[in-house]
Design a protein around this ligand. Sequence first.
Ligand SMILES: [Cu+2]
Length: 132
Amino acid sequence: MGWLTVTLASIGHAADTPTLGSAIAAPISSDGVQRVTVILDSYSYSPNHLVVEIGKPVELIPTSVTTITPHNVIIKDSFGSLSVEQDVGAVRTVMARFVPTQPGLFPFFCDKRLWPMSSHRGKWMEGILEVT
Ligand SMILES: [Cu+2]
């Protein structure tokens, strides 16, 4: 405790809160899918406030612009209706499909970490999925 605890805690809290950007509504394609690209960088998602409609399929296209650091996208809720866990390697573009069935605000985040640093979520690599 003491010095070490304080030092690690201060590393893990470079910022006070994540800064949410404008709410971006996922556009609905002609095939009825809400398709949206999210750019991953160290340590951010852009956009980081996504709005999707309940009951319609969502195709999330995480696209990494980092050259080394792996990231991921995790979205879970207490109802078990959301269960996304998608790795996104450096410079990779991947896809995660799901159908939101519960309205609400759900955090999405990256839990990758380089020990003993805090997780990327601890560096505020997180956002909000708003299901309306
Ligand atoms: Cu990450």
